[in-house]
Write a protein of this length. Structure first.
Length: 507
């Protein structure tokens, strides 16, 4: 099997010259990406509307094309899902990545063009393996198989003429992989893209139990559910006792910080490696290019042109956006992207902050609409994840999931934050956990610290430890089981917390 590792490694390393160019000339690469996007799409309905043919500079592009969101593109996408073509992108579009988002129950459907699939999402997956092999040249990754915690897809019933399809991005990617790639993955495709997650976990566990799994890809929540089912079937308490050659877990979708402790309990051994990716439905954005690092490398040559909106501009009618050469370290920016999927100056909904400008590395800071700012505290997901992780580490606790929202002022109390936390391993003293969480949030966020001064504006956090399975049961009841559906970490209203509490207490 060593020959397979050598062949795959040689194949992946053909990308090295292009990556070296991206690193040495990031601004030139980004300019070329934009010009290529404009030239390709100039014959589309959208391209003719904004006269892409006469745009030759970044400045003109930003002056002529407005910043957009999903609502601005919805009517175009609905037409594409009915089979119309050459609207946002010239090549035929028959696949759409379905995303529920985390701020609304309404589903979003993001076009997946041939170019975005091959030159962005799949290329990003290859680059993940390349970065890993460069750091682990003796890896035997391809001696066994990769397990992918994928989603599901279905035929779009609105389509006329040629059928169109939609589903979780992972399912769209697996359905369109070259035939030879399926020999390197498990379980079989019919199981991997099932939409009944209870049945799917059971079948995945039994189908992969005796496979030689060397790597896993997927969101942490469902990966943990699968591992726990494998333990129940085997009586084992260490995943390496089931898959002794397992060496890599590639994760994304949510922050891994709250899950680190749990994974160290499930996979006991020094040979395990972890890599984070940022592969959104809208495009593959970043890769953790250094094992053990906490930031991601911004990938600049995947058919995506980036702009960065200061959060002070968010919500304005004509917001200012910065180009790559204008960004600063440690400031939160909303991502605005133009892509080879036909999205133009599109606010993706995530915020990032740069940790390095040479090369351009970043951390995901949160969501443009997912934060708590009921009292001027401007709490973002990154703060919450780090504080939760610190409290868990100090008190030897681990969590399965959490969500938080405001507690509003009334005649009898100040405002504050309510947290629902589902623990895998609960702390012996929940009050001590609450105190550490509060202290860490103060240390991480000066606005939060100011509002918590002497309990004047905000009272201490109120934490409820909910029973095991609470979040899973809520997702199931709401019809949201699946890889693209996630519990909202922070909400600026009480909608999600009240719904989860109602479901929990009814049960």
């Amino acid at each position: 099997m060593a020959i397979i590792n050598s062949l795959v490694s040689w194949y992946l390393k053909r990308r090295i010259p292009a990556i070296e160019t991206m690193l040495s000339n990031p601004f030139g690469v980004q300019y070329n990406q934009l010009i290529q996007l404009l030239r390709t799409a100039q014959i589309t309905e959208f391209g003719r509307k904004y006269d892409f043919k006469t745009i030759h500079s970044i400045e003109t592009f930003k002056e002529r094309v407005p910043v957009t969101n999903y609502d601005d593109f919805k009517h175009y996408i609905e037409r594409m899902m009915r089979g119309e073509q050459n609207i946002l992108w010239p090549s035929d579009v028959s696949w759409f990545a379905k995303s529920s988002g985390t701020t609304s129950a309404k589903s979003k459907f993001i076009p997946v063009t041939y170019e975005s699939l091959e030159e962005c999402h799949i290329l990003g997956g290859k680059d993940v393996l390349l970065w890993y092999l460069n750091q682990r040249p003796n890896s035997q990754l391809f001696d066994g198989k990769g397990l992918v915690m994928g989603g599901s897809h279905q035929i779009n019933q609105q389509g006329v003429g040629n059928a169109t399809f939609y589903g979780d991005l992972s399912a769209v990617m697996m359905q369109n992989l070259p035939f030879w790639a399926h020999f390197l993955r498990t379980p079989e495709l019919s199981i991997a893209i099932m939409d009944n997650w209870d049945e799917k976990i059971e079948k995945m566990a039994r189908a992969t139990l005796h496979e030689d799994v060397t790597n896993i890809s997927g969101v942490p929540t469902w990966t943990i559910v699968l591992i726990e089912r494998l333990f129940a079937l085997t009586g084992k308490q260490n995943l390496l006792d089931i898959w002794p050659n397992l060496e890599l877990y590639v994760h994304g979708g949510v922050s891994f910080t709250p899950y680190k402790e749990r994974f160290s309990q499930l996979i006991k051994g020094s040979s395990m490696n972890y890599m984070e990716t940022y592969n959104a439905s809208e495009g593959f954005i970043g890769i953790q290019d250094r094992l053990g690092a906490s930031d991601l490398l911004l990938m600049l040559d995947y058919g995506i042109f980036y702009e960065f909106m200061p959060m002070s501009e968010y919500g304005k009618e004509n917001p200012v956006t910065y180009n790559l050469n204008e960004v600063k370290l440690n400031e939160n920016y909303a991502l605005v992207i133009s892509t080879n999927a036909g999205l133009w100056r599109y606010i993706i909904g995530d915020t990032i902050r740069f940790t390095s400008l040479n090369p351009f590395r970043f951390k995901i800071a949160g969501r443009t609409k997912h934060f708590i700012n009921a009292f001027g505290e401007e709490l973002v997901i990154e703060n919450a994840d780090e504080a939760i992780a610190k409290a868990c580490s100090m008190l030897k606790a681990s969590i399965a999931d959490y969500t938080a929202c405001p507690i509003y002022f009334n005649a009898n109390r100040n405002g504050g934050h309510e947290w629902l936390i589902e623990f895998n391993t609960a702390p012996e003293n929940l009050d001590a956990f609450t105190l550490i969480l509060d202290q860490e949030l103060k240390a991480l966020n000066s606005d939060y610290e100011a509002k918590r001064y002497k309990d004047i504006a905000m009272m201490p956090p109120q934490i409820t430890a909910v029973p095991r399975g609470t979040f899973h049961n809520w997702l199931k009841q709401a019809g949201k089981l699946g890889g693209q559906h996630k519990i909202p970490r922070l909400s600026n209203d009480r909608q999600f917390v009240e719904a989860i509490k109602a479901n929990c207490f009814q049960a």
